[in-house]
Design a protein around this ligand. Structure first.
Ligand SMILES: Nc1ncnc2c1ncn2[C@@H]1O[C@H](COP(=O)(O)OP(=O)(O)OP(=O)(O)O)[C@@H](O)[C@H]1O
Ligand SMILES: [Mg+2]
Length: 356
């Protein structure tokens, strides 16, 4: 059974015509790490704040472990402090006048936990987040990543039933953000806590989550594992939002449940694409990821093109190739990528078909 259930959840703020969140249904299992991913303004924070209890839904229902937390139908709404949630925000707001230990101890103090138990649990929690030697320091004496770990420790020490994280890494520089990603994955594994994570960073979502909810204008467009939303996007928006994608307008010449036969004008080759469609869309689009593109001698591929640009990425090159079907991006080797001006042949591994 799901630990946290959102059913047809909706929030329409008083002063706006379109709801910030609409018809959002999502079941989250105990111990799961689920990420809400979408562009700015798509309703991620609003959803998280409804789960936390700071925002009252205007439609639908939230249940935790079978117990109703909010029900728009009868106005029921359990206050935040009675929900057993932990929340960490983008601006991590650790108290500057308190030591690390005092910051982390705060939730237990509020609950009048005995002193000896507080000390024991704070020590254990600081070890868990890798801040063993930092108890007596003040936040100003810590790096951004360390401060963020204090905020996480403070949320975790109360043993929340669900941990809600709203872009907790966005204030950190790129390198630290990547390091913290790994630490969050480890922390999730060690504690087994259920996490709802909010980000607009697709790399973060793919790297950490058990499942990802792709949101656009308040609605969930696709819910799936990182591999599913990356390899089997259900819509053009998702294919373009996650990872890099070449989009080729095409025709479908043959059709079966799992595979479509693709016709590209001027191309005489048997091209196939996998899909999750139940009928031929009006404007079929073939999605080909840059890493699926294979480069050959000119004339030896399905189509030919001229290299417009070559960017060195360290572990590989990204090559942009001008073709009769638009500019295609390809990943090529760090050493053997064709130079600008080269005329090359192009094929790819099985593409993916979406509606345009
Ligand atoms: N208190 C509020 N009153 C009225 N409208 C609001 C309020 N809070 C958010 N909104 C609107 O609701 C929509 C969703 O906002 P929300 O903060 O949930 O987006 P988000 O996905 O978290 O975006 P971001 O990535 O920028 O943080 C936006 O159009 C926003 O302007
Ligand atoms: Mg937000």
């Amino acid at each position: 059974m799901a630990l946290l259930e959102l059913h047809q959840l909706e929030k329409a703020y008083d002063d706006s015509h379109v709801p910030a969140v609409r018809a959002l249904t999502l079941h989250i299992a105990r111990g799961e790490f689920v990420t809400l991913l979408g562009p700015s303004g798509c309703g991620k924070t609003t959803t998280l704040r409804m789960i936390a209890g700071f925002v009252k839904p205007t439609g639908g229902l939230i249940r935790l472990d079978g117990q109703v937390l909010a029900n728009a139908a009868n106005g029921a709404c359990v206050p935040p402090e009675a929900r057993g949630m932990g929340m960490v925000f983008q601006s991590y707001a650790v108290w500057p006048h308190m030591t690390v230990a005092a910051n982390v101890a705060y939730p237990l103090k509020l609950r009048r936990t005995p002193r000896a138990e507080i000390d024991r649990r704070v020590d254990a929690m600081l070890e868990l987040v890798g801040l063993g030697g930092f108890a007596k320091r003040f936040p100003s004496q810590l790096s951004g990543g360390q401060q963020q770990r204090v905020a996480l420790a403070r949320a975790l020490i109360a043993e929340p039933r669900v941990l809600l994280l709203d872009e907790p890494l966005s204030n950190l520089d790129a390198q630290l953000r990547e390091a913290m990603r790994g630490e969050l994955i480890d922390l999730h594994r060690r504690t087994g806590v259920t996490i709802v994570y909010v980000t607009h960073d697709q790399a973060e979502a793919l790297a950490m989550s058990d499942r990802v909810v792709i949101m656009q204008q308040g609605a969930a467009l696709q819910i799936g594992t990182p591999a599913e939303v990356y390899h089997r996007p259900t819509q053009r928006f998702i294919a373009e939002f996650i990872g890099a994608a070449n989009m080729l307008p095409c025709q479908v010449s043959g059709w079966s449940a799992g595979m479509a036969q693709i016709a590209l004008p001027g191309v005489d080759a048997p091209i196939h694409a996998a899909h999750a469609l139940d009928r031929t869309p009006d404007k079929p689009l073939l999605v080909v990821r840059p890493e699926q593109v294979r480069l050959h001698e000119a004339g030896a591929g399905w189509l030919d093109g001229t290299v417009l640009r070559r960017q060195f990425l360290g572990e590989a090159h990204e090559v942009s190739i001008e073709t009769a079907h638009g500019v295609l991006r390809a990943k090529a080797g760090a050493i053997d990528a064709p130079p600008r001006g080269a005329y090359v042949g192009i094929t790819w591994e099985t593409g993916w078909l979406v509606a345009g």
